[in-house]
Design a protein around this ligand. Structure first.
Ligand SMILES: [Zn+2]
Length: 259
């Protein structure tokens, strides 16, 4: 009996230790900065960052030790399959404007930064201000990853289930056919999502999805509701850029950012 009690006590101690380790891992996990751009041009648009400001931002990241990663690396890093660099950054662009090719791509290459563009296949090659398949392929050969932003950029929460499913699945399949690699990550159009839409994204084969919920990705993040830091609508852009990426933790402590 006494022996049994000692064994039981040892097991409780071991369980407590494992629990404590898990808590520590979650709180001390990597903080991954995910930037969300749209346009890189001087137009007077709420979605635009001027080329000179974008260049200053890439210069800042590269001279401050940030290492750019891909959505797949972020996924594997969170899953414990690979070790991420100490200061990882995932640079993302939504929609697929042609200025991502003409203005952002040369700057990204100059600073050795990889980036990800979430594109809308129904728009590719169709509009003057939109990327073409040739440009997408050239950028992929130069360190850019192309992922899905749905087929038509509809407001998913207003669609019936079969249309949500086809928006998510058709875009994935067309991108895979055109670009010749698996497309496993998604950015929700206008950033909006709910658990139901996230469930459909998972069911059609996405491994993760990005929102515009302001914050860092860490071990507490939901793979289908990944946080990003918006870098658009920045009036005094370098100051705003610095505040948004450097003071984010205090924003989080005050409960201003995370859910
Ligand atoms: Zn969009």
């Amino acid at each position: 009996m006494k022996k049994f009690l000692i064994i039981a006590a040892l097991m409780l101690l071991a369980a407590g230790k494992i629990f404590a380790q898990n808590v520590q891992q979650i709180s001390e996990g990597p903080k991954i900065l995910v930037l969300n751009y749209h346009q890189v041009q001087t137009a007077n648009s709420a979605l635009a960052v001027a080329e000179k400001d974008f260049e200053a931002q890439m210069n800042y990241l590269s001279s401050n030790g940030y290492v750019s990663i891909t959505p797949d690396e972020l996924y594997k890093g969170l899953n414990g399959e690979i070790e991420l660099p100490p200061k990882p950054v995932l640079i993302t662009f939504d929609d697929g404007y042609v200025d991502n090719y003409t203005n952002a791509f040369p700057i990204l290459k100059y600073y050795g930064m990889r980036a990800t563009i979430f594109v809308i296949p129904a728009f590719v090659g169709k509009y003057d201000n939109y990327l073409t398949w040739e440009q997408l392929r050239e950028m992929e050969a130069g360190g850019i990853t192309i992922e899905s932003h749905t087929m038509n950029h509809y407001k998913l929460e207003e669609l019936p289930d079969d249309e949500i499913r086809s928006e998510l699945l058709n875009s994935k399949q067309i991108l895979e056919e055109q670009l010749g690699h698996p497309v496993e990550f998604l950015a929700y159009p206008t950033g909006t999502y709910n658990l139901h839409i996230a469930g459909i994204a998972k069911a059609v084969g996405y491994k993760g999805a990005y929102t515009i919920k302001y914050g860092n990705v860490d071990l507490g993040s939901n793979f289908y509701a990944l946080e990003r830091v918006p870098i658009f609508n920045t009036g005094r852009t370098m100051k705003d850029f610095y505040e948004r990426i450097e003071y984010r933790q205090s924003f989080e402590e005050f409960g201003w950012i995370k859910k």
